[in-house]
Write a protein that binds this ligand. Sequence first.
Ligand code: CMX
Ligand code: CO
Length: 133
Amino acid sequence: MLTQIDHVGIAVSDLGEAVERYRRTFGLEPTHRERMDDQGVEEVLFAVGGSFVQLLGALGPDTPVGRFLRKRGPGVHHVGYRVAHLADVLDHLRAEGVSLIDEAPRPGSRGTTIAFVHPKDMGGVLVELVEAP
Ligand code: CMX
Ligand code: CO
């Protein structure tokens, strides 16, 4: 069902500073930058092997990442898993009684299709499912 780790999402308070930190510390160059107004975030992706590190800056305090930063501070925000058929995986999770944040697949960055699973049934970890374009 899960084919690989697509990305690890990390909430940062200053996106520009975090990008410089990853560049200097690990010699990584950003491979993608995108502002997603519907999610209230701006992301910068670094490719690591076949997966990404996704740095997430909040577009305002009243957004998922903005609230996370206020309550918990910077750190790991979610894990994104790649799946082949997102709609089928959502049907399966629903049948298993898992709480979904997104009842149906919706557009993500890079032309992907995504859905979030609530952390309360996932051991406190916010999970994102990602279907490649
Ligand atoms: N990981 C784990 N738990 C989290 C969490 C996270 N990232 N964010 C919030 N929570 C927990 C809180 O600790 C809180 O738990 P308690 O009820 O035990 O206190 C609960 O969820 C509700 O917290 P909240 O402050 O009310 O948070 P929100 O209103 O933001 O709701 C959530 C939480 C997960 C439903 C919301 O953040 C959401 O819908 N997230 C999905 C969308 C998203 O995160 N977009 C940004 C990333 C975009 C991308 O990667 O493409
Ligand atoms: Co993500």
